[in-house]
Write a protein of this length. Structure first.
Length: 347
């Protein structure tokens, strides 16, 4: 009974939160995702952001053009919510069949969020329409501004904005994206069934000590920032619990090595290379590998009302070393855990 499995075959997973950028960067990173995942919810925080169905259609085509001919991959598009998004655009989005959600960034909260929402109340007419159309709202749930400590921004967002929002729009489907705190886990658990939650590999594997271990480590810097060990444990407990409210979303967010390793480094961890192996490592650390398939391959599809995938992927217990750097654009791309050993490998 105690012998460790040497292989794990599960239904092909989907990534419910992914950044793939555009242009040369898109071409460089997309094949990593299409190798592991059948579908991914594509974040719209390009420059300029993807605000309309027409822009999403064009971006979708550029993504499809970047899929290697050996892979089958479906990009699930999102719109970037602004103060000026109209309810009519929501109707169009739902009718398109390829826009699956709307992303809320508080203005100034993170990478390319300048056009984000300045006051959540400004979007009530849009939320009303999303609720009527059953189009999910994906939340970057952090307050902005210097009055709130960077480690408390998610918790304060729940109290100030998320709890009231869920009350105001009881039928709105909401995803608390990249949850990082015990408070978020508790909120999602207690909320109704239309509230879901994605969790990244870095937040399952690390607490905030990782950012400062022996010096400052920019490749562990993402937003929302890593939190305390008690938060990591709560996230791991939720992810491995078998609750359908919690599902896989890597938030893999590629930035050049130069823009990470600098005096004002960009936020984001790149995990598309080895996402499934990282999640397997986290699940195995608490003896819950048997819960990986639900989290990675079933619960997100069920939440979004999409069919579960039919094909499978296999992970093998095989130790390999994560590359120090991958080819990218004007400088390289440093993956999460670069140079370290990983005990699982997708075949
Ligand atoms: O760390 C992050 N990187 N958090 C985000 O919210 C955005 C993302 C990015 O686009 O780089
Ligand atoms: Zn993200």
């Amino acid at each position: 009974m105690s012998s460790k499995p040497t292989e794990l075959t599960i239904t092909r997973p989907d990534d419910w939160h992914l950044h793939v950028r555009d242009g040369a960067a898109l071409k460089a990173v997309l094949p990593y995702t299409s190798r592991q995942f059948a579908r991914a919810i594509i974040m719209p925080n390009l420059k300029p952001p993807v605000r309309t169905v027409a822009e999403a259609a064009a971006y979708r085509q550029r993504i499809l053009d970047a899929v290697p001919s050996t892979d089958r991959f479906e990009p699930l598009m999102t719109l970037y919510l602004t103060d000026n998004t109209s309810p009519e655009e929501i109707v169009k989005a739902k009718a398109s069949g390829f826009v699956h959600a709307v992303k809320y960034y508080p203005a100034g909260a993170t990478t390319n969020s300048d056009s984000g929402v300045t006051d959540i109340r400004k979007c009530d007419a849009v939320f009303d329409m999303m609720q009527a159309q059953d189009l999910p709202l994906l939340l970057h749930g952090e307050v902005t501004g210097d009055d709130v400590d960077v480690f408390d921004r998610e918790k304060v967002f729940i109290d100030r904005h998320l709890a009231p929002l869920v009350k105001r729009f009881p039928n709105l489907r909401v995803v608390v994206e990249h949850a990082t705190t015990r408070a978020s886990v508790e909120f999602v658990r207690e909320a109704h069934a239309r509230v879901g939650c994605t969790i990244t590999p870095q937040h399952l594997l690390h607490n905030r000590n990782a950012i400062f271990k022996g010096g400052i480590r920019p490749h562990y810097y993402c937003l929302p920032i890593l939190k305390r060990e008690e938060d990591r444990k709560a996230l791991l407990d939720a992810a491995t619990s078998g609750s359908p409210k919690f599902f896989l979303g890597t938030d893999s967010a590629p930035h050049t090595k130069n823009s990470k390793e600098t005096c004002c480094g960009a936020a984001g961890c790149f995990s598309a290379l080895h996402a499934l192996e990282l999640y397997a490592t986290a699940f195995e650390s608490v003896g819950k590998l048997d819960q990986l398939e639900g989290f990675a391959s079933f619960f997100g599809a069920d939440f979004y009302g999409l069919p579960r995938n039919q094909s499978q992927v296999t992970l093998k217990r095989e130790t390999w070393t994560i590359p120090d750097e991958l080819p990218f654009t004007e400088s390289g791309l440093v993956p999460l855990h670069a140079g370290e050993a990983l005990a699982w490998k997708m075949v």
